[in-house]
Write a protein that binds this ligand. Sequence first.
Ligand SMILES: Cc1cc2nc3c(=O)[nH]c(=O)nc-3n(C[C@H](O)[C@H](O)[C@H](O)COP(=O)(O)OP(=O)(O)OC[C@H]3O[C@@H](n4cnc5c(N)ncnc54)[C@H](O)[C@@H]3O)c2cc1C
Ligand code: FES
Ligand code: FES
Length: 1319
Amino acid sequence: MDTVKNYVEVDQLQPDEFVLFVNGRKIVDKCVDPEMNLLIYIRRKLGLRGSKFSCGEGGCGACTVMLSKYDHQQKKILHHAINACYTPVCSVHGMAITTVEGVGSTTKLHPVQERLAKYHGLQCGFCTPGMVKSMYTLLRNNTLPAVADIEMALVGNLCRCTGYRPILQAFNTFAQNGCCGSPSKCGCAATGSENYNSSLVTGEFAPYNETQEPIFPSELQLNDHFHRKTVFFAGKSVVWIRPTTLAELLKYKCDIPDAILVLGNAEVGFMPKPIGIQRTLISVSHVPEMKQVHLLESSIKLGASITMAGMIDVLNERINELPRVPNRVYQAILDMLYSVGDNQIRNVAGIGSHIMTASPLSDINPLLMVAGVTLNIASHKDGFHTLPMNKDFYTGYRKTILSSDQVLVSLSIPCSKENEYCAGYKVNKYVHRRDKNIDIVSCGMRVLFEWNTDKVEEMSICFSGMGPTIAMATHVSDYIVGRKWNEDLLKDVMQILSEQFPISSQLRMVEYRKTLLQSFFFKFFIKVMNEHCTLKNIVKSPDLRRPSVTMTKKMPFTGTQSYQCVPDLQRKTELVGRPSMNESSFALVTGEAVFMDDTLSEEGELFFAMVTSTHAHANIVSIDTSGATSLDGVICYIGAEDVPGLNSLKSPSSNEPEEEVFASKQVVCYGQCIGGIVAVDPKLASQAAKLVKVQYEDLPHILTIEDAIHANSYHPHDKHISVGNVTSAFDQSDYVIEGEIYLGGQSHYYMETQCCIVKPGENGEITVSATCRNLTMVQRAVADTLAIPINKVTCKTRRLGGAFGGKFEFVTSQAAKCAVAAKRLAKPIRSTLTRDTDMQFIGTRHPVLARYKVGFSKQGILKVLQAKIFLNGGCYTGRSVNVMEQLLATLHNTYNIPVYEIDGILCKTNLPSCTAMRGFGAPQSMGIMETIIDHVTNECGFPSEKVRERNMYDGLSDSLFQDMPDVRNIRRCWIECLKQSDYYNLQKDVDTFNSSFRWKKRGIAITPVKTAIGPLPPHGGALVHIYLDGSVLLSHGGIEMGQGLFTKTKQIASRILGISSDYIHITETSTDKVPNSIQTAASSGTDLFGSAVKNACEILMGRLNPFIKDNPNGTWKEWVNIAYQNRVSLSATGHFNYEGKFGFDCDDPGSSRAMYYFSYGAGCCEVEIDCLTGDHYIRQMNIVIDSGNSLNPALDIGQIEGAFMMGYGYYCLEELRYSPKGELLTKGPGMYKIPWISDTPRRFNVSLLPDAPNEAGVFSARGVGEMTVMIGVSVLMAIKYAVAAARSDEGVRGYFRLDAPSTPEKIRLACIDDICNKI
Ligand SMILES: Cc1cc2nc3c(=O)[nH]c(=O)nc-3n(C[C@H](O)[C@H](O)[C@H](O)COP(=O)(O)OP(=O)(O)OC[C@H]3O[C@@H](n4cnc5c(N)ncnc54)[C@H](O)[C@@H]3O)c2cc1C
Ligand code: FES
Ligand code: FES
């Protein structure tokens, strides 16, 4: 063994100066804290708030920045998109970063920003700076990317609002094969007929000119002194060493065995960090031997510090050079690498660290193990040696055979031999988005045949996701060696895998994992059979003869949007009805828009972190805060005893005190707030909160609906609706069937977590800034908690980074807690929830279980429905009663059911109180109803679209409600959707496809939707001032959360005042301007607050009109000034109130106006599924929506697309899981998967129904913010169609149950076949 020489002594190190270029400015920091990540550094230390904190775990891309460095060897500037939230600030020493502020500003937009804004590629805008950065970085590396490159570049960026379509279309204008997007030049951007338009683009935009980009700092390019020398940074709890020779590295690792090696920090960054113990991080980024690449004749040697992105480049280069055969293994690894994480992860994560992390869920390691990789190891004491990466390498959970002083220097990957084949397969919860998910199973397989025979010489199979460590299936390989590759072998191996491969009993989904073992082998068997020359035509089974075990390659994304043009006579400057941009677009794309946590800290501001319950139901025996309060920087603990007023918040259902601000004696759910720690730093506050010791006395707890039914645990708010005589209706029905369906909950997953800032003022005043959509509620709760009058409390919000129903009660209680701390300490208090606390603390959409009995005719016409619907309400009643009412009121969707009896029962469990979420009960009701229709369809044998049509409302007389004057628009949307999707031809194509393929199937479904707008007592207020320069200041009680309310209210004011909206400024919502507002919810914001603005503007015009009449040729400014001189008030409040009896009366459904009005639509979906894995993707989605006379088609279509994607997530993707103790396990984006950019339907077409004015809406418009959530059910139904086709190949026909979300596990197990039958 060689001995490693030339090390330096550890104690010789002196802290270095940290140097970083940010947006071209040199930052020199003499006391950088190595514990800090780059995001905190740029946001807090440098005050650049454009990059957002959202998940803090590398899963969302909101914090994306561009890292640029000069490679002195290659003499090249390299640009990488990285996530700042886990990048240690010290790791970017001597490099340059560009944040969104460095890309462009509102005065000088970058083309990426301009196009994103003009294509309406943002709503709340919280994800927008990250999107801009990812696209910008791509362009800096490749000025003419392909469309596929763009989608790949954005995989790491989540958006909960837009549905991604406009983002893709905006950025595809940069692509070599994309649309130029210019309305005046481009056919596809501006097609349409005379009064029907399909371009939403707002104006022309500048060409992209890469020569205009800022230049890389010359200091970094001209010399490499930042990189040549070993650097050392020391902070209170972390020491950072970055050696530049292997010898140094090995010596440090020998001297400090506990030191942690780090490259990308994608693992180390998330390791638990004990408080008060200093740890040493040694960066392996600058050791030359660990960065080298050697392309040898029969192998590739890669330095361990090569990133995954670097490895992709190397493999691509190698594959282009070598003929196909030796590359088989490289191609397999390359394919798998593309599916690991996303660009941001791959740009920093090292292949060596990936191997050494020893994750039992790794995607790459199983492939490396079967590929025969050897590892080159070194240590200070023992020098170098090599080690095969075989079954002995991983010794246990996250353990390898290496000792603590050994370092992985490089790895060698041999190329494939002539008769050798290799492949990797990966399935995770959301398999079709194979990237960025480490949840379920991966495998690597390799076979070598004896020369020119079908006899196996070598075989390796390796799986991850089956136990605490990666496992090689050696007994299977041994069995295969020496045998012929034929159907007998396949049969035997499938049997062995199903019976003998050990799967840890600790894991979930054991059955599904078992099917995957076999499915993967089956896929590999087919692949080898197709590729190995001697195996062609050996199989006899018809199923193997039409194999195609891979899904059809996704086609490039396309989408159309169409809407009705405004009348020719409309003034050009008048924006009502035109697709105008979100009024904050430019501020959002540049990162200048200020979200709650972006506001700069005030002098003396302190931070509050919650102490939360770790038991689902228990008495609190004692609370010991000493471990937390003794920490330096911790100010105090705040608990129930500190509350000066009422320690309870009023229930929105009963207005009675219900949830405690701080739990005093008992906790009723995991995550409930018991108290809080106030500290000088947010991180310290959260760490200290975890040190508060609470002793509990456990009480029995209930988590599920089934358990609640069993324990008879209900909230006392059951609802009952009954129309007609159920018994005789069943007697008169040709068929009667019964069934059950369960739909899980859904997390809001808004990108901006809850935040509030409370400032005490003089005379007991309190100002609260909160991420809340009901400021009046916050104001009342704070006043009650502090026992002060409401007039002392002012609540404000400028904008929310998404809400979707989740920003009601919970931020109210957070504000009340912070107010208690602010009052006690007389200091401003800030509290921003981390993603996991937010997800644990905030209740979800209500899970629901429905048991139904339905009677119908031979023609499939519904006669009677009887159902018992159980909602999981969680620990408090909260909003559940309203959700239940809405669910019952919308259950029949668009179908005329003459007789029914429905019971709604609210289960009391120990989950956080379930709450409002986009659709408010209707997504559950439509999931239930469409399942019932599917069941009926299967029984009566008619096509599902015929059954839906036959039952659809034809006229008002069919309806349960008084308020559906436009009920015929349901059928109009339906017919239009059938036409636009070319439904009948598409269905034929789907059926032809299904008869040609056994292991992949397609499905199609069309579903109608009807939804209620404004199931609230509707009223709203506004305040409008006109100033002497003619400018107008608008405020109202509504909250802007990405839905475009501010933009629409500006449009309304502009029409009434007859001025361009450039004159109008809209300001934050605040209770001291417009008091006593109701919540902005239920798609009714524009109806309520827009109408109030309209009213205020009409009042003002009434005052100005005499002066306009006197001087008709005057200007706006002149009229304003003459009115002022005549002592006319130029300020007016406006109010809107729906007069009349309002509310849903379950006892007499038709008696009152239940909703403000209804909106209608239809959606048609085509999917493809992989029957072997349960994977699926949407091939095509057509949506037709009645939006009345749309006020702003761009915003409406944006809402429609975003809501659809949220609904798709609800019905098919997003799964909440709890531990038996009631802890939410699916807390961050790593575990809880909202739709990703690659989930966007490949063809996504949306159109607004023309000639459909809505008498009840402002300027005849209709609210559409929520309804397409329910169109997501069409995907579930299309998946069922595809599964039914797979079952039918096995001779299994008839109805089957598929609960939501239809995860790959459920889809796979529903596709009955031999593999499933064996399990
Ligand atoms: C958002 C996200 C998504 C992800 N998605 C996937 C996915 O889809 N599939 C998948 O398989 N994985 C995934 N991962 C895991 C990811 O691949 C690993 O976290 C990553 O490879 C770690 O690389 P790193 O350089 O950041 O490791 P670091 O955190 O820097 O280091 C990890 C470990 O390696 C050790 N180490 C580093 N270098 C050496 C060396 N030379 N010798 C000895 N020990 C060393 C360190 O001591 C440390 O313990 C994901 C991770 C994140 C955060
Ligand atoms: S905040 Fe960094 S990836 Fe989500
Ligand atoms: S616009 Fe993307 S998260 Fe709101």
